[in-house]
Design a protein around this ligand. Structure first.
Ligand SMILES: [Zn+2]
Length: 96
């Protein structure tokens, strides 16, 4: 445990002065955009960058249902039909 080490969180700590820093966005995504994106499922939970089994993957993972949405050409594809299921088990929408 290291309680004195701050943990940077680009999602809950948006850069108030864009252009002044060298903030690395996720695969060309605007951090502000990331903040407003939500799962298209009815819970509309926030999304977190990366996939459960690959934090560096160009995807967004729902914090609620665990669906993984691909990012194509810098554009997150937030469609239930396009979502895949990552490491988190979700018992529906797998079979079709
Ligand atoms: Zn979801």
């Amino acid at each position: 445990m290291a309680p004195n080490v701050p943990i940077p969180n680009p999602i809950t700590n948006p850069n108030p002065n864009p252009g002044s820093g060298v903030t690395q966005s996720h695969w060309g995504l605007d951090p502000v955009l990331l903040e407003v994106l939500a799962c298209p499922a009815e819970h509309h939970a926030p999304l977190t960058p990366g996939a459960p089994d690959d934090p560096g993957a160009p995807s967004l993972t729902c914090t609620e249902c665990g669906r993984v949405y691909p990012i194509r050409d810098g554009i997150p594809v937030l469609l239930l039909d396009e979502a895949t299921l990552g490491g988190t088990a979700v018992d529906s929408a797998v079979l079709r």
